[in-house]
Design a protein around this ligand. Structure first.
Ligand code: SF4
Ligand code: SF4
Length: 325
């Protein structure tokens, strides 16, 4: 795989500083039942990185220190990891909002027959990837049969009450472009999704989040192989909007990897840009983060990929940051 990291630094992206983190995003590992073209993690069935029980204990100990309001669980397919369910149970017992970044096809994998019921029973918000409401586009990006399996997963979640608007079971869908373009305006695309998924499959959901593809790992390598890497960076940079800087997710979030090391965001995790330890030597580990308030004011490690967060309507784990330009 081609390495895009050397092409992202140095960069003229504006300097950013942290506020006190309120969201902990935990990447449980890079194993996944899919191998999507746009994946910024380079996740897939052959990856073996996976959080162990000792690191899970470190994460739960951190959550017990207070200050965290939202636990955002990602991967890979995080549900494949043995610590996924204990982490959800512990976080919910602490009263945290818990989000699962779910690829939908995992609901039909062997050993996951009760996953949908587990998520519903613990009131886990589901952030589900569905890059189009057309089968051809989804299968082209995510693999043959993924669209049909995803629709069956959504129908199962709907049966449990997800997306009905009153059960409290939140179901968000995630759109990302199929190529090196910016996402269309979130609100109009959401209306299209709502109409098409309801008419064709009887599927309902709460909101659509539009995300830009990040030029790192598998998608960065794909761009390089097509000779489109620099063109995509230029597109992102030309569409930069200063007002998005206030809301980029790294201002209020920390990301940790399957070994417990701390990063500004999942993208910097994939670029191996950890936060330095407090003493200035080595990497900061979640077990050594005694008081998250000490992170406020720290400089965020930025590069050219950060324009992927500020281009156009902006892009974060919560979708667009502002109305479309
Ligand atoms: S994009 Fe998501 S579902 Fe696809 S390979 Fe990456 S982690 Fe798995
Ligand atoms: S990629 Fe986005 S979230 Fe990550 S450091 Fe850059 S601006 Fe922040």
């Amino acid at each position: 795989m081609l390495d895009s990291k050397p092409l992202l630094f140095p960069s003229d992206f504006p300097s950013l500083r942290r506020r006190q983190p309120r969201t902990l995003q935990v990447n449980l590992g890079y194993r996944c039942n899919q191998s999507c073209v746009h994946c910024h993690v380079d996740a897939g069935p052959r990856r073996t990185e996976s959080m162990d029980a000792a690191t899970l204990d470190d994460v739960i100990a951190y959550l017990r220190k207070g200050g965290t309001e939202v636990l955002d669980i990602t991967g890979g397919a995080p549900e494949l990891n043995a610590v996924f369910r204990p982490l959800v149970v512990a976080a919910r017992a602490l009263g945290l909002q818990v989000m699962d970044r779910c690829n939908l096809t995992i609901l039909a994998e062997p050993g996951q027959h009760d996953l949908a019921e587990f998520l519903a029973a613990h009131q886990v918000e589901i952030i589900a990837s569905l890059p189009c409401y057309l089968e051809e586009n989804v299968d082209g990006q995510r693999g043959q049969g993924v669209f049909a399996s995803s629709i069956r997963g959504l129908q199962r979640l709907n049966e449990l009450g997800y997306g009905d608007g009153h059960s409290g079971l939140l179901l968000s869908l995630v759109y990302n472009p199929t190529g090196p373009t910016l996402p269309p305006p979130q609100s109009s695309l959401e209306a299209d999704y709502r109409r098409e998924l309801a008419a064709r499959f009887g599927v309902r959901f709460d909101r659509l989040l539009t995300l830009a593809n990040m030029p790192i790992r598998r998608f960065g390598s794909w761009l390089q192989s097509k000779g489109q890497f620099q063109g995509y960076l230029d597109l992102l940079r030309a569409a930069h909007r200063e007002e998005n800087l206030e809301a980029v997710m790294c201002r209020d979030l920390i990301s940790i990897d399957w070994q417990g090391f701390v990063y500004d965001c999942d993208f910097n995790q994939m670029l191996d840009l950890p936060l330095p330890a407090d003493a200035g030597h080595g990497r900061l580990h979640i077990r050594d983060l005694d008081d998250p308030r000490t992170l406020a004011g720290r400089r965020i490690h930025t590069g050219a990929h950060c324009y992927g967060c500020t281009a156009g309507q902006g892009s974060s784990c919560g979708g667009a940051l502002t109305e479309a330009a």
